[in-house]
Design a protein around this ligand. Structure first.
Ligand code: ADP
Length: 328
């Protein structure tokens, strides 16, 4: 059976980008057709300036929201990365296979380094080695497919390179995984700056729709989205990024095609209104379920405990094999 692994960083409140780019497929598709593991990757949240209590709170919130989106612990394994030591054990081994050059080439490393420096902060070494840990997350489970948004493609490519290199040098140990992406909304853009992605760490409020935003907040953010000059509704990601983003969001909500949808609108106002309502309806059941789950913290604890046990049992033999193969 195909094995799927993917993760989410508890570095901020989860966004519509996280949901449309990744999480929605985990619940709606992947867990039903593959042996799936989903992970709150909390170690990754320590790669940039962080507040310990906030990371703990956001990890919990991310796990609860993942359940709220429909992940079913009977169908998939949901766990927290730091509960399973195999991730860090394997990460070190992969750091011994990767080169510093390939780590420095990562676009996210360059962007996040610039952001930390702008804030007057020093750059943590773990930000550089982050892709080795991400590769360990994936390779420890013999993963075939990694359902992620477009921004993670480069890291999955590097994971493939490391798997191939390890296998060639030390004997076949890892499955070489591939990234899978949604057809629409693989890269949801910031509503105020439609040339940058809607990222949860930016905390730049008005351009980001959070999964737990109240309906009126969602409406306000979408209605105030920056649109392009001109007034006709055309789907063109390069020339009309603002309108294209709204069309993609609406298309993803309705299971439609953004280009085909563009023909149905003659004004930006009507497009925004329908997009806002579609997002409100998309989030409504997730928010309701989230409220119910928050009232039952013992259930979430139990899911995470069982998930970590299952994940550990799956990862350990392969990580042990990697240790033996590399000479330990
Ligand atoms: P973030 O970039 O918000 O910190 P993570 O690194 O935790 O998100 O990524 C979780 C998943 O959400 C990944 O699969 C990532 O590709 C996806 N994702 C994040 N932001 C977006 C976006 N704006 N559009 C589409 N997918 C996204």
């Amino acid at each position: 059976m195909t094995r799927v692994f993917s993760g989410i960083k508890p570095t901020g409140h989860l966004t519509l980008g996280n949901y449309l780019g990744a999480m929605r497929r985990w619940a709606d598709v992947d867990q039903h057709r593959a042996e799936s593991l989903f992970c709150v990757v909390d170690l990754h949240a320590l790669t940039v300036d962080h507040d310990p209590a906030r990371v703990r709170r956001l990890s919990r919130q991310a796990a609860t929201l993942l359940l709220a989106t429909g992940l079913d612990p009977e169908l998939c394994t949901l766990f927290v990365q730091s509960h399973v030591d195999e991730h860090s054990r394997l990460s070190y081994v992969l750091e011994c296979v990767a080169t510093d050059g390939e780590m420095r080439r990562m676009i996210q490393y360059k962007e996040k380094t610039a952001r930390e420096r702008e804030r007057g902060l020093s750059v943590r070494l773990s930000l550089l080695t982050y892709p080795a840990l991400m590769a360990a997350d994936i390779l420890a489970y013999g993963t075939d497919e990694v359902p992620v948004g477009e921004d993670q493609s480069q890291h999955v490519e590097l994971t493939r390179d490391l798997a191939v290199r390890f296998n060639q040098r030390y004997g076949h140990t890892f499955v070489v995984p591939r990234a899978t992406r949604p057809e629409v909304a693989a890269r949801v853009m910031n509503l105020q700056e439609p040339t940058s992605k809607m990222g949860k760490t930016d905390d730049s409020g008005p351009g980001i729709v959070y999964l737990l935003d109240e309906p009126d907040v969602v409406r306000k953010k979408v209605m105030r989205a920056v649109t392009d000059s001109g007034s006709d509704v055309v789907y063109d990601r390069d020339a009309r990024p603002g309108v294209a983003n709204l069309l993609e969001i609406l298309a993803a909500c309705e299971g439609a095609d953004p280009e085909a949808l563009s023909g149905a609108y003659t004004t930006y106002g009507a497009l925004k209104k329908d997009t806002a309502e579609a997002v409100v309806e998309l989030l409504r059941p997730v928010q309701e379920r989230h409220r119910e789950l928050c009232a039952d913290p013992g259930y979430v604890d139990g899911v995470l405990r069982t998930g970590a046990e299952r994940a550990r049992a799956l990862a350990r033999p392969r990580v042990d094999a990697a240790y033996r193969a590399i000479g330990l």
